[in-house]
Design a protein around this ligand. Structure first.
Ligand SMILES: Cc1ncc(COP(=O)(O)O)c(C=O)c1O
Length: 386
């Protein structure tokens, strides 16, 4: 319900620091329950938040259920068992790890730890929307670098050479999403390596690999291999995507131990809850489940992309579990018509992409429904679903 305001009424919220007062909130994908409430419809498919509909493995769910018995206790604030599991999985020292309430938490912590109004951060046009948001929260200056153009092999993707050239003496963070959300585009290992070689020691390069497990099937590099040579590299990963644990909220940073030390001092003591810790540890031990979900998803991505092409629609090259789709008309009415037919996708007007939608890859039946429904929704006044 909207809050009614009267002239002259006190507004204590206005006491917030200017950088925070001026923020526009992040617009997440519409939850299924919200659409049910709004339209009174059921049988809704959400392809809007790049979740993994195969979900966590039975062993992961069993571990979370077992952890329920101790939910009255505070979690292990140091996430010891999960850190040990990750250290082994990554062949990296546990002192390099920081756990977060999703990797989004780590983006906020990085900005808080390294940015002030006297600093700047570099990110790409069409880069993940959280990068400008966390930068602005600190009052730092955002340097947005134009994306690669249509004529290139990776339209809408990060121009890493231009991003390296955009680094200024006050730049403390460079954000690279590989693959990137919402475009799905990715960077070749050699291009990332060149940026790492050009970035000065006074700048941290944040390599956000939220879609790493999908991207590596398209040849993206495992950034962990570069950590020894580049102490200013910070890699972010998450259990939200390939491991199917978006609702549990666990992500992690792998960095130089001195960066991990700073982030661990700054983070709230219990930022990863006990169910999430238990689930993530069990998920790590069940690689076969994750790999099967990833390979089925990438197989479906290829199929959906080919079908959309057959419909005469352009999609950006994608190494994530989603596609950016360009429409011949403004996307907002198409988005609304899809909603009325029980399909939630993501409009991208916030990125300045008014003729584009981002569509997550679902289960095969969900993708089939999209492929049947989209042509209907492209036609203004087309019949609504029964
Ligand atoms: C590129 C990228 N980075 C980070 C995140 C944050 O994910 P989480 O906080 O669930 O780990 C997302 C989520 O969509 C993403 O797309």
């Amino acid at each position: 319900m909207a809050i009614e305001r009267h002239p002259g009424e006190p507004r204590p919220g206005a006491l917030a620091v200017p950088a925070v007062r001026e923020l526009s909130p992040y617009q997440p994908g519409k939850p299924i329950s919200e659409l049910e409430r709004e339209l009174g419809i059921h049988d809704i498919v959400k392809l809007a938040s790049n979740e993994n509909p195969f979900g966590p493995s039975p062993r992961t769910l069993a571990a979370m259920q077992a952890a329920l018995g101790e939910v009255w206790l505070y979690p292990d604030g140091g996430s010891h068992a999960l850190k040990q599991g990750l250290a082994q999985h990554l062949a990296a020292d546990a002192a390099r790890l920081t756990l977060g309430n999703g990797s989004n938490d780590l983006l906020v912590l990085l900005a808080q730890a390294f940015l002030t109004p006297g600093h700047s951060a570099v990110y790409s046009q069409y880069g993940f929307a959280i990068y400008p948001l966390v930068t602005r929260q600190t009052g730092a200056r955002g340097i947005e670098v134009p994306a690669l153009g249509r004529g290139t092999g990776m339209p809408l993707g990060h121009d890493l050479a231009a991003m390296a050239a955009a680094i200024e003496p006050d730049t403390r963070l460079v954000f690279i999403a590989n693959p990137n959300n919402p475009t799905g585009t990715w960077a070749a290992p050699a291009a990332v390596k060149r940026l790492l070689e050009r970035a000065p020691a006074s700048t941290l390069v944040v390599l956000d690999e939220a879609y790493f497990e999908y991207g590596r099937l398209r040849g993206t590099q495992d950034g962990v291999a570069w950590l020894a040579e580049h102490p200013n590299l910070v890699i972010l990963r998450t259990f939200s995507k390939a491991y199917g644990l978006a609702g549990a909220r666990v992500g992690y940073a792998i960095s130089h131990p001195s960066v991990a030390d700073v982030l661990n001092r700054l983070r709230p003591a219990f930022n990863v809850n006990s169910l999430a810790q238990a689930g993530a540890l069990a998920a790590l031990a069940d690689q076969a489940h994750m790999e099967s979900a990833v390979s089925q998803t990438m197989h479906e991505l290829t199929r959906v992309q080919a079908e959309l092409k057959r419909l005469g629609l352009w999609t950006a090259p994608s190494a994530g579990n989603f596609l950016l789709l360009r429409l011949p008309t403004p996307a907002a009415p198409v988005y609304e018509r899809l909603l009325r037919r029980g399909l939630i996708v993501r409009p991208l007007a916030g990125y300045g992409l008014r003729d584009c939608l981002r569509i997550s890859i679902g289960l095969p039946a969900d993708n089939d429904r999209l492929l049947v429904t989209l042509p209907q929704a492209l036609v203004a006044g087309g019949a609504a679903a029964p």
